[in-house]
Design a protein around this ligand. Sequence first.
Ligand code: CA
Length: 227
Amino acid sequence: MRILIIEDEAELARHLSRALGRNGHLVTTATQGPEGLEAAFRERPDLIVLDLGLPGRDGMSVLAELRQRGHAARVMILTARGEVEHRIKGLKAGADDYLPKPFSLDELVARVEAIGRRGGGTGASDPLRIADLIVDVQHRQVMRAGQAIDLSPREFDVLQVLVQEPGRYFSRTELCERVWRRQHEYDTRTVEIFITRLRKKVDSGFEPALIHTLRGVGYSVTLPQKP
Ligand code: CA
């Protein structure tokens, strides 16, 4: 996984970075809130380890902006002792897990691996396939008829949700929840825009079309029924 650590204690950040690197992850670090936020959108990590007490901008505010701007990375917050209420707030604000300080490196690595497994949804690293479409969740790569298809991170997320349950129709609201982690009031037209883009990239020029719309119901990736 690509992992971003946002932690202002330099020594701790270094230890974390080394431990996760040894486990085969690609790690970048940031020591301040604003810098961390910038790195999150630049590096597009799969997971962010986020300290709550940060200079410049605290971790909770960083988390809020990540989610508000649709960042899909899993987030694990690090809480100092006595910040139980922050832990709850953090989980409500879209964090996936938390780890109270002090913690052992082994525990951190184990939690990170657990989050990584959860993130894929299938629990397996085998690519998902429908007809000639292959979606490699682990490496976030898509191929159709042997051709690599270049998707933006969010386009990939939408496609992944659909492909993980082929034949099932997802409403716009449901897709919003799954991809943007929002429960309501998100501009669901955004979903339409992403579906249009996915159609262009995944279906256009290929046979048969795999992305389907059922009016008033939603979207699905599935093989068309034979007449
Ligand atoms: Ca701190």
